[in-house]
Design a protein around this ligand. Structure first.
Ligand code: PRE
Length: 293
């Protein structure tokens, strides 16, 4: 049985973790994502569950930055889970009248997934960002008669005995979040998966066309990139690294030689993990992966 660190009970992370890992592990909930990462880095837990990218909002920059700058924890798996957000509160208090709502609380990423609903029905309400959707629901629970509602999951509403006032309020139906499992030990699983490798590439300074050459190292080998994104190195203005996801394992013949070629250009390459990807293609709510870790 592994110890799994994640955001509080009732968060999207909680639903996603149970989907991937089943209910046979010890889930250790933390209020802040920094505490989630730190617990695994310190060895208090074996793995962390980290939301890293969302269909509507794109990358979760805070979480990516923690992965790159604050901890050294390899990615051991990734999977995709739908973020189904709902308006959660007390039916008795709001009584279907949105004008009585004074404040909406949620995680900023979840809030950004529901802008159309907020603009249409709750433009008058104050918006407050908190550390998770479940924390938002917990805070609403503790403030009765104040006209507060949260954006969060059904599981969160059930966990805190509140009502779903309006189901599925995200701007687009196809709202998925990509999660990663980080920790020191590789996972073993009979579940079908695709191989993926994530790396950071820092380009040498004053090298015109360096990015073009990096991409050429992948393209002539016909290596498929599923994501490339630049993030600041935080060392100086205008200095960036590239966060690159490749649809290939580090054990393949092609990828190590591509990395060698990129390093020969004077680039720095840091591999953040080579891991199984449980893709959305095989995704089905009623078929949890129940991964062994
Ligand atoms: O607050 C939660 O419920 C989380 O699990 C966090 C988080 C995120 O950080 O992206 C995860 C998925 C949702 O799309 C929104 C919020």
């Amino acid at each position: 049985m592994a110890r799994i660190a994640l955001l509080p009970a009732g968060s999207v992370s909680h639903e996603a973790a149970v989907h991937l890992l089943g209910d046979k592990h010890e889930l250790v909930h933390y209020k802040l994502i920094s505490d989630v990462f730190t617990s695994t880095a310190n060895g208090d837990t074996d793995y962390s569950v980290i939301p890293i990218e969302n269909t509507i909002e794109g990358s979760v920059n805070l979480h990516m930055d923690w992965l790159v700058h604050e901890v050294d924890l390899p990615i051991q798996a990734e999977w995709v889970y739908p973020s189904i957000q709902n308006i959660v509160g007390r039916k008795q208090e709001i009584q279907g009248d949105w004008t009585t709502v004074k404040r909406v609380l949620s995680h900023p990423v979840a809030m950004a997934q529901c802008t159309q609903f907020l603009r249409k029905y709750l433009p008058h309400a104050e918006q407050e960002h908190v550390s998770s959707t479940s924390e938002a629901i917990r805070m609403v629970k503790n403030h009765s008669e104040e006209g507060w509602v949260a954006i969060g999951t059904r599981l969160g509403a059930a966990t805190h005995q509140l009502d779903v006032l309006e189901p599925n309020v995200t701007d687009h139906d196809n709202n998925f979040t990509r999660f990663i499992l980080v920790g020191q030990s590789p996972v073993t699983s009979a579940v079908e998966s695709a191989a993926k490798t994530t790396m950071l590439v820092t380009l040498p300074e004053d090298f015109p066309g360096a990015l073009h050459q990096v991409l050429a190292a992948f393209s002539w080998r016909r290596i498929n990139l599923s994501r490339i994104e630049s993030r600041p190195t935080k060392r100086q203005l205008g200095s960036y690294y590239f966060y690159i996801d490749v649809e290939l394992s580090l054990d393949s013949i092609l990828l190590p030689s591509a990395i060698e070629e990129i390093e020969a250009l004077g680039c720095q390459v840091r591999v953040l993990g080579s891991y199984p990807s449980y893709s959305s293609k095989s995704w089905a709510l009623e078929q949890p992966h129940n991964l062994e870790v």
